[in-house]
Design a protein around this ligand. Sequence first.
Ligand code: 1HN
Length: 374
Amino acid sequence: MAGVSPEVAEFMKSQTVKDYNKEIAQYNLGPLWEAIPEIMNKTPKPQAEAYLWSKELIAAKMAEACQIFTPDRGGERRALYFQNPGLTYRKPWGWASTSQTIYAAVQMLLPGEKAPSHRHSQSALRFISEGTGAYTIVQGERIFMEEGDFLTTPKNLWHGHEHLGEEPMLWMDALDIPTLYSIGGTFFEPYEGGLQEPEVPDNFSEVRYRGGMMRPVGDDKYTVAPLANYKWNRTVDGINGLMQYEPDKHHGFALEYINPSTGKSAAPTLGTRMQHLPAGMHTQALRHTHSTVYHAHKGEGYTVINGVRFDWKAGDYFVIPNWAWYEHKATKDAYLFSVNDIPIMDRFELEQQQSFDSNNGHQEVTGEFKAAFR
Ligand code: 1HN
């Protein structure tokens, strides 16, 4: 034990202390002196680990899921969620999140299939990876989804999905489930009668907020999620504007999705970004108190996380835990979508960051991550 005399350290390991710790445990009392090394670290020591799930793994397991959980089953969402191997201590409860504050998953909807409407106190986000022709219906508004689109599903609003197209749809879901779970704040309700019927014109909010940096005067009652769908072509347009000038040394050409009525993050508890790294770009290493889940939407490259190289390409997902050094290198023109918990860190005034100043901002690479099914 650090900072105590050898006598005290010896005493803390004695039978007297062991017996006492055991004695109080039966009354649901814990000895702080045993817990200190676990809970009081000099710098953040997340239980979540850096990890990567490959496109091939997802394709293989989703194909099996489609065989087993057929379109006519009328059941829940066909989603495979990313369980962080460092958080598997939660497994006896059947659940482990992707980072400590972020749940991320891939969801597949097949042509003709419906996912019934429901609502819950968790905020949800979607990033469309493959396919076209499906809509999500949020509070009576059908929002049609295409590759590269980013959508928000605010907390407590009814939402369901239906696929009217020809090819399977694959998208990323991200929710603030771990936060709601840890504060015991979950409300969930299924919609009577399955999928909600439309109540406003299709793509209503996207049309009303077409100005992007402008909001409707007089009747801006949709401030919760005024812009339900951030279309890919507009995202690319924004990135192309940034590219007229110098990139950020840590982030390349990156944009944050915001709520156009408030200027704040598109969802209250999760931040979201699209980041473009042209082929050859190598960002400088950074670490921060928030965690991030990435989805490589296009391109190829690698990210060095605490010295370990994680190779990625379009369709892969990876997680960077809190306070881990990371830097990206694109080997082909890359677009990375990412979800973070900055809004939570900011709200509690816990956000901090540090840049890696030695060696031109680049870590020494000491290992390589081997992804399953690659
Ligand atoms: C949910 O509502 C969706 O609407 C996806 O597609 C994943 C995970 C947990 C709870 C609700 C969806 C979800 C979810």
